[in-house]
Design a protein around this ligand. Structure first.
Ligand SMILES: Cc1cc2nc3c(=O)[nH]c(=O)nc-3n(C[C@H](O)[C@H](O)[C@H](O)COP(=O)(O)OP(=O)(O)OC[C@H]3O[C@@H](n4cnc5c(N)ncnc54)[C@H](O)[C@@H]3O)c2cc1C
Length: 452
């Protein structure tokens, strides 16, 4: 089955990179910084570094923006579910405030880049709402924590949604855009090698099938870090998948919405004439009983009778144990190596934060302050439950594979699960995905599936 494409990939802007490949890496190059991965995180980081005077090259396994960034719903927001109450409780109000300021700065950075470079990418400021049908108390706690972080917000009872809510928490000044139009513009002046998967790393030298690149620093912006030891991100991170419909003749929403009720809760925003309806998420590899696209279609029919589906697709993202993304030095034992991952489905803002934080790490003064995103600063206790769960899922799937259940994932050997709704093999442990024919669809695996 052919993989589904998002509206960003199929729209008539002609802005996708298909058929316009940049060169492969066929030489041995030396740079100040090598960025692995040409998604939103890698490209923005390379862009910032170049602006600060660094000699940078991006090494991309496939094409720029061909990873999860092509399948996002592209809301630029610092409203990330019930995050501020949680951060305040777990890490204190200062950490929650730092998170809020980083998100606000990131949205500001997008606007400045878009205006400064005159990028035509449908960028629009608009409000975002967290809505609930029955968790008003949680929404009120979130509003209180957000206000303590300096966020101007309010709870509304009335919305433009086609169903009643108990409340909707409004943040003003958020934004939406076309992620691939933006990415194409910012990647134009960068040195990028496409179709050049990094197969090996030795210190700050990376090897691709036909070449190699050495940097004083290397940034792993490959979505899920594919180096297992040290770092141990395979224990600290898992992947969550969700599904999106682009609907015609639905409703033009003035705001962006995200439901917080467990079970059937939706993400919504308008994009041109389409309404994007997202949801039906699950941990990758834990296959839902009902087709998620049917669930979304039935929801669309109930809310917007007469709407029709233009495109449907899915995507997945890395979720960090302890909810804060990992942005900073990869580990204590890998000098010069940096990471940007664990964006928890909020990678537009987190990619921009990565760009700022990593540029500052690499080009800034030696005595810079550590950020809350620094992987080395993380308290084990905040993510312990998730780490234990990741360990349990891995143990179960590794044991099945040792007992002979096939196919097994080339990443760390876990058994794979068949997803009939997508015709894919998926790993519950770390989220690698493969097509029916074994072709590699999603990292951290770096090779195709062998059915032996
Ligand atoms: C359904 C859904 C909706 C979302 N909506 C939003 C939203 O509205 N707002 C928001 O902020 N976030 C959203 N997100 C999250 C966001 O899309 C992601 O966090 C973000 O796109 C991740 O960007 P990235 O650069 O880290 O990864 P990617 O875009 O996947 O880029 C990583 C790149 O690394 C390359 N790579 C991998 N391995 C190698 C290798 N060995 N060598 C070289 N290159 C390699 C890949 O080919 C890829 O191009 C959503 C996520 C999902 C699942």
């Amino acid at each position: 089955m052919e993989q589904r494409k998002s509206i960003w990939e199929t729209d008539d802007s002609g802005l996708t990179r298909e058929g316009e490949n940049r060169p492969r890496l066929t030489d041995s190059i030396k740079k100040d910084v090598i960025v692995i991965g040409g998604g939103m995180a890698g490209i923005l980081t390379a862009w910032f570094l170049q602006r600060k005077g660094a000699d940078v090259a991006v090494v991309e396994a496939a094409g720029v923006g061909s990873g999860q960034t092509a399948h996002t719903t592209a809301k630029i927001t610092w409203q990330h579910g019930l995050i501020y109450a949680w951060l305040t409780q777990k890490l204190g109000p200062e950490a929650a405030g730092e998170y809020a300021r980083a998100g606000q700065q990131a949205a500001e950075d997008y606007q400045q880049i878009i205006q400064g470079e005159r990028i035509d990418c449908d960028f629009k400021r608009l409000p975002a709402y967290l809505y609930t049908k029955d968790r008003l108390g949680d929404l009120e706690d979130e509003a209180m924590a957000a206000r303590l972080c300096g966020i101007d917000c309010k709870i509304q009872k009335e919305t433009e949604l086609p169903f009643p809510v108990a409340g909707a928490l409004r943040f003003d000044g958020q934004a939406s855009f076309h992620p691939l139009k933006f990415l194409r513009a910012v990647s134009e002046k960068l040195e990028i090698y496409e179709n050049s998967p990094v197969l090996e790393m030795d210190g700050c030298t990376v090897t691709t099938p036909e070449g190699s690149a050495e940097g004083k620093s290397v940034i792993l912006a490959s979505h899920f870090p594919f180096i297992n030891v040290p770092g141990y991100y395979f224990l600290k991170t898992h992947q969550e998948r969700s599904y999106v419909l682009a609907l015609e003749r639905a409703q033009r929403l003035r705001g962006m919405y995200y439901g917080i009720d467990p079970g059937l809760s939706w993400s919504m925003r308008s994009a041109g004439d389409c309404l994007l309806l997202g949801g039906a998420g699950h941990r990758t590899g834990f296959i839902p009983k009902q087709d998620p696209y049917t669930v979304l279609r039935e929801t669309a029919e109930a809310f917007w009778p007469g709407a029709s589906v233009v495109e449907s697709w899915s995507a997945q993202d890395c979720v960090a144990a302890g909810r804060l993304p990992y942005i900073g030095p990869f580990s204590k034992n890998t000098p010069g190596l940096y990471v940007a991952t664990g964006f928890g489905k909020w990678g537009m803002v987190h990619s921009m934060i990565s760009a700022r934080v990593l540029t500052n790490e690499i080009m800034g003064t030696a005595r810079r302050k550590k950020t809350i995103f620094d992987p080395g600063k993380r308290k084990l206790s905040t993510g312990l439950a998730a780490i234990l769960k990741n360990g349990a899922v891995s143990t179960k799937n590794l044991m099945a594979s040792w007992a002979g259940v096939r196919p097994k994932c080339p990443h760390l050997g876990c058994r794979l699960h068949w997803n009939p709704w997508e015709s894919t093999w998926e790993c519950q442990c770390h989220g690698s995905r493969f097509g029916e024919d074994g072709s590699l669809l999603a990292d951290p695996a770096q090779t195709k599936l062998d059915f032996d």
